[in-house]
Design a protein around this ligand. Structure first.
Ligand code: SIN
Length: 271
């Protein structure tokens, strides 16, 4: 365990993920402790917290420490507050949120930076989430491929029609153009920024070239060397950085229920 002043950090893998011990997110965190937490987040990309009995108001307050909250275009929400996205899969579900590799709502012009997910109800087994480190995915590419990708932008588009049953959307499904390689605004590191959930086409290339290149990159990010996997317990929280990770939620627990609430924070326009 690495030593920090305000909490302890237990790494999940050498490349991504860490469990934070000794911090209650339902309490107001001092500026010094928050700065240290932010530093640990920048280093490990996904932070996990166990046994957090946190109210929705406290979760929103924690989210606002990272910036202006992001509103999902279409997802159902809790307490009449669209900033509290409902995450719920049960025997009545026809799909599971986040089943494929994705970076949250990357089709938005300003996609989320931070996502905070509080899982309250877990199935008896399963329902893990996996995250992949997109700095490592970029670093592992050969120089000629990096060189090519640095020149390119891609179209990200969402289509939420029917996604959430009859729930009416907040706004139209977004569509945006983003660089294929983005620079993280805090760390300055380069990260691969395509995902099979939202990235539809690389601009300028011929259609078949774009399809082949995207397929190659979608396969590349599946390399377990870039991953960590988290087993949820009731009242676990994950905080991840969509600017340099993508994730996938496993639905291996049907017909059991997994339930929680998600708060996201705007992450600025990718560059
Ligand atoms: C999501 O993509 O935000 C859902 C992740 C999860 O349910 O683990």
């Amino acid at each position: 365990m690495a030593n920090y002043k305000y909490f302890d950090v237990e790494t999940v893998t050498p490349r991504i993920g860490a469990i934070i011990h000794g911090l209650n997110l339902n309490e107001e965190i001092s500026t010094e402790a928050f700065d240290e937490l932010h530093e640990a987040w920048m280093q490990h990309l996904v932070l996990f917290f166990r046994d957090q009995q946190i109210t929705h108001t406290e979760l929103l307050r924690f989210g606002r420490r990272f910036g202006e909250l992001h509103i999902h275009p279409a997802a159902p929400y809790i307490d009449g507050n669209p900033a509290l996205m409902k995450i719920h899969t049960s025997k009545d579900s026809f799909r599971n949120n986040g089943e494929g590799w994705h970076s949250d709502v990357s089709a938005d012009e300003e996609p989320p930076g931070a996502t905070i997910l509080h899982i309250q109800q877990t199935p008896s087994q399963g329902g893990d989430t996996l995250w992949a480190n997109m700095y490592e995915a970029y670093d592992a590419l050969s120089e000629p491929i990096k060189h090519l990708l640095l020149e390119l932008t891609a179209i990200h588009a969402a289509n939420y029609t029917g996604f959430y049953g009859d729930h009416p959307p907040q706004r139209e499904s977004p569509r945006s153009e983003h660089p294929v390689i983005r620079t993280h605004p805090v760390t300055g590191r380069k990260a691969l920024f395509i995902n099979s959930g939202f990235t539809r086409q690389i601009k300028v290339l011929r259609r078949w070239e774009s399809d082949a290149l995207l397929d190659m990159l979608f396969e590349h990010i599946k390399n377990p060397n870039f991953h960590c996997r988290f087993q949820w317990q009731p009242d676990s929280i994950a905080l991840w950085d969509n600017r340099c990770t993508q994730h996938l939620a496993v639905w291996d627990y049907f017909p059991e229920t997994r339930s929680g609430v998600r708060v996201t924070v705007k992450g600025g326009r990718p560059y």
